[in-house]
Design a protein around this ligand. Structure first.
Ligand code: SRM
Ligand code: SF4
Length: 562
């Protein structure tokens, strides 16, 4: 980690870029002016992430463009910062138009309760962000080495306490926002600040964090956010309708690298309970500062909080946090999860308002098989529904007054979306696939473009064994970074090369146990021929097990690791 001669840390390239970036400005303003290329200068490609954007290219077109001696077709993905994943109807209408005017048109719901737009050309970046700003929407810190979008159980209005818990997503997001005004200057043409004092950032300083940082809040008994996959997981402890505080879990993270045994997925560990709002925010803040000060800044593959904790030891890490907080955590309170799901269809809350959770396969809102995008636009235009995203890439038409339910239902029926939601088998409803090809530069295999087809091939098997109503969780990613949280699925498929995946099995249904890699580099035919007999045996023994994942976990001899 440090130079043996000078004792100075061997900083990674990204660390150097951040530190000399003048509050994440770098030469972004100049890079944007350069009309000779669709790309940014290399250093700015790192910085732009902290503004919620990634430079990408259309990977499907690489070869044909190379043949024509053209540079890759560069474009940008923008990810919004939406703590708790909420949009009002006028924001939705604006999003619909922005997506149409500046991006591929597809509104992509992510696994962290927000949306991404892809395919935005360099010249469209500023107009896109300006249009979002008119709706009080921004992409600040949606990516980069900072705290990302804070996620929260997606049904915040189930009870009064749910609403209170939801408000924490916003408070934490604000607490952990970088102080720089670079975003406003570069993208929104605001005046540069003359007084740099105002930009002094006590949390991030000039180094930001060693790596991305993620926080989730969940409300048992539903672990719909996969709370243990986060750097910080806050587990709400309720007494009836009263929020008592949160158990705090730290050190979750899923990304790994093929062939690098020093990388691993890790579930967050519960370290205690905190009660008052002041203490909760202080605890979150100081966990971040300890990671800032102790995290690995030489090797980005070892820089996430999970590695800092495992290197320092959990007790030492916790003591350092408590020392900085000036208080000790109370012992963790008992809690338990009984589900990890979105509540599809219509549900009414304690105030009498209605919620409709719509099935959106892998979060792609477009007019593809069904006119989902048009339907949601029409629903938004009525002004009678809000929109909430789930951490499983779905959307909830929400907060609908009883007198407005009919109008919204008619729109859903007009576009056949109620049937669309009801007809998807639970495996499909709950499945997650990451973006992968054609935009993700790290993809080794397909994700969202392929999982629907694979499920269609598994569906007859499930029917054959009368398992079609069993919500077996299946998740696929195009590489081992874990964006679709495949390590927490009963069936996890992790891309290794085009058409091939490592098959992981045996995760539980609640997101409390990681699965294990059982087969390497299998193709579709092999996946099906492995799962067919396992489904058959599970169906015969089903009564004895909570889930397919438990069945595999408790009968490891059924799976021959290869
Ligand atoms: Fe992710 C990188 C997409 C959730 C772990 N992720 C990427 C990038 C930006 C590729 C890149 O670095 O150039 C992907 C952009 C693809 C594209 O074209 O849009 C990408 N990640 C996504 C999304 C959109 C997947 C989706 O289909 O929904 C999710 C956006 C979330 C958001 O709104 O903020 C997404 N990524 C996740 C999750 C799941 C979660 O947070 O619950 C994980 C695993 C949890 C974790 O962080 O450990 C995840 N993404 C990664 C990693 C591995 C990090 C690591 O610690 O090793 C990378 C690569 C990296 O950071 O170097 C990555
Ligand atoms: Fe890309 Fe890999 Fe994330 Fe999928 S898991 S979006 S392929 S980085």
């Amino acid at each position: 980690m440090s130079n043996p001669k000078t004792g100075e840390p061997n900083l990674s390239q990204v660390e150097k870029i951040k530190m000399k970036s003048d509050g994440l400005r770098g030469s972004l303003a100049e890079s944007l002016q350069d009309q000779l290329t669709g790309a940014l200068r290399e250093e700015d490609q790192s910085l732009i992430k902290h503004h919620g954007m990634y430079q990408q290219d259309d990977r499907d077109l690489r070869e044909s463009r190379a043949q024509k001696k053209l540079e890759w077709l560069y474009s940008y993905m923008i990810r919004l910062r939406l703590p708790g994943g909420f949009l009002n109807p006028s924001q939705w209408v604006a999003l619909h138009h922005i997506a149409g005017e500046h991006s591929t048109g597809v509104i992509k719901i992510t696994t962290r309760q927000t949306i991404q737009l892809h395919g935005i050309l360099k010249s469209h970046l500023k107009p896109t962000l300006k249009a979002f700003a008119t709706q009080r929407l921004d992409s600040i810190a949606a990516c980069g080495d900072v705290n990302r979008n804070v996620i929260c159980s997606a049904h915040p209005k189930q009870s009064r306490a749910h609403e209170e818990v939801f408000a924490y997503a916003d408070k934490i997001s604000t607490l952990a926002l970088p102080r720089t005004n670079a975003y406003y200057e570069i993208w929104l043409d605001r005046e540069a600040l003359t007084n740099k004092e105002e930009e002094i950032d006590p949390l991030y300083q000039d180094r930001y964090l060693p790596r991305k940082f993620k926080i989730a809040i969940c409300i048992p008994p539903n672990n719909d956010v996969d709370v243990f996959a986060n750097d910080i997981g806050l587990i709400a402890i309720l007494d009836g309708d009263k929020l008592l505080g949160f158990n705090v879990a730290i050190g979750g993270g899923l990304g790994t690298t093929h062939g690098n045994a020093d990388t691993y997925p890790r579930l967050a560990t519960v370290i205690g309970f905190v009660a008052s709002e002041e203490k909760i925010l202080k605890a979150v803040y100081e966990i971040i500062t300890v990671q800032r000060d102790f995290g690995n800044r030489s090797d980005r593959k070892q820089a996430r909080l999970k590695y800092t904790i495992d290197r320092m030891g959990l007790d030492a890490f916790k003591s350092e946090v408590e020392k900085r907080c000036g208080f000790e955590f109370e012992p963790a309170k008992p809690f338990s999860f009984s589900e990890r799901t979105d509540y599809f269809g219509w549900h009414q809350n304690h105030e009498g308002n209605w919620y409709y959770t719509l099935f959106v396969e892998n979060g792609r809102i477009a007019d593809e098989n069904r006119a989902i995008k048009t339907a949601l636009y029409e629903a938004a235009q009525t002004g009678k529904t809000n929109f909430r995203f789930t951490a499983n890439q779905k959307v909830i038409l929400s907060d609908i007054h009883p007198s407005d339910k009919k109008a919204i239902e008619q729109i859903l029926e007009k576009y056949d979306l109620i049937k669309h939601t009801d007809e998807a088998i639970p495996m499909r409803q709950n499945a997650i696939a990451c973006v992968a090809l054609n935009t993700c530069p790290l993809a080794l295999a397909e994700g969202q473009r392929y999982l629907p087809t694979l499920i269609s091939k598994l569906e007859p098997l499930l029917k054959k064994y009368k398992l079609e109503n069993d919500p077996i969780s299946i998740r696929m990613t195009g590489c081992p970074n874990g964006c679709g949280r495949p390590y927490l699925a009963e069936i996890g498929l992790i891309g290794t090369s085009y058409g091939r995946y490592n098959l992981h099995l045996g995760g539980d249904r609640l997101g409390e146990r990681l699965n294990e890699k059982k087969y390497e580099q299998v193709n579709e035919e092999e996946i099906i021929s492995i799962l067919d007999p396992l489904f058959k045996k599970y169906a015969a023994a089903k009564k004895k097990y909570q889930s397919f994942g438990d069945f595999i976990h408790q009968n490891p001899e059924l799976v021959t690791t290869r």
